[in-house]
Design a protein around this ligand. Structure first.
Ligand SMILES: [Zn+2]
Length: 281
């Protein structure tokens, strides 16, 4: 029995909010039911039976909570309905077993997701949605996304479903993954960025214009350009973040990124080898 099948906190929350009962009483009733048919029940199943017998509507916990680290969040889109426009984003989480594709609706969830890169999330009260040929976990405005303690899951680099084996596979898949590469060329250039969102600015009639925020005071930022390599090929890469190690030249790097056209967009750098792999050539 996996530990997930023994978690019934969400069932308890539902019971607690519906009827007047102590946790001790509820736990005892769950154990009583569980002990009657251990070969056919998990503690969670027993809790659902008790809740149902108590007259609690358990339909909203039909899908057990999902825990995973947030690996990617897509751009904000808008869905239109007769009730108006609702913003939504596609996102993915990973845990030890799976990579799970999800969609979240509403400002509140979007803001939480935008600030939770790599964090451990628990999704509750979700439903499922079909998008083309995929089934997605659907976070509606009534669903709950919680940020859990970081130690609830291993670090993202220890989660197998977060990885691709090589750059060619990363290019084929449409999404953000971890990959290990060798940096074989490096350069840096400066650009003028929006102080609010970091996007590149355009010079229009001697004013600096952000596509999102209009006229702003520009900030000078660095962009790193690399050529990265593995046994499947060499690819140009770009990184807008800070590199605490300084030069990555000739080093092995574990990074998170995705391909836009033929260019690898580096989102985050997790590890850089201390030694240069190729020296004194
Ligand atoms: Zn901006």
């Amino acid at each position: 029995m996996s530990s997930k099948d023994n978690e019934y906190n969400d069932v308890w929350e539902l019971v607690k909010s519906s009827i007047d009962i102590s946790k001790e009483q509820f736990d005892k009733m769950v154990m009583d039911v569980y002990n009657k048919a251990q070969s056919y029940l998990t503690l969670r199943a027993a809790a659902l039976i008790v809740a149902r017998n108590l007259g609690v509507d358990t339909s909203q916990v039909a899908y057990p909570p999902i825990t995973g680290r947030l690996i990617e969040v897509g751009p904000v889109k808008k869905s239109r309905s007769p009730r108006g426009e609702t913003p939504y984003v596609l996102f993915s989480i990973v845990n030890e077993e799976n990579r799970i594709s999800c969609v979240a609706f509403g400002e509140h969830h979007i803001n939480l997701l935008k600030n939770s890169d790599d964090k451990v999330l628990r999704l509750r009260k979700y439903t499922k949605a079909k998008l083309r040929k995929y089934t997605l976990v659907k976070i509606t405005e009534d669903s709950i996304i919680e940020v859990l303690d970081d130690n609830k899951l291993p670090p993202i680099i220890d989660l197998k479903p977060a990885w691709v084996d090589n750059l060619s596979e990363l290019k084929e898949k449409r999404g953000t993954y971890l990959v290990k590469v060798l940096v074989i060329d490096e350069s840096t250039t400066e650009y003028f960025a929006c102080p609010i969102c970091g996007k590149g600015l355009e010079l229009v009639d001697s004013d600096w214009i952000c596509p999102e925020h209009g006229e702003v005071e520009p900030e000078v930022k660095k962009v790193w350009r690399y050529l990265v390599s593995d046994r499947t090929g060499t690819y140009p890469a770009v990184y807008f973040g800070d590199v605490s190690e300084g030069s990555l030249m000739n080093r092995l790097v574990i990074l998170k990124g995705y391909f836009r056209n033929d260019e690898l967009q580096i989102q985050k750098i997790y590890w850089v080898s201390e030694e240069e792999l190729i020296q004194g050539v």
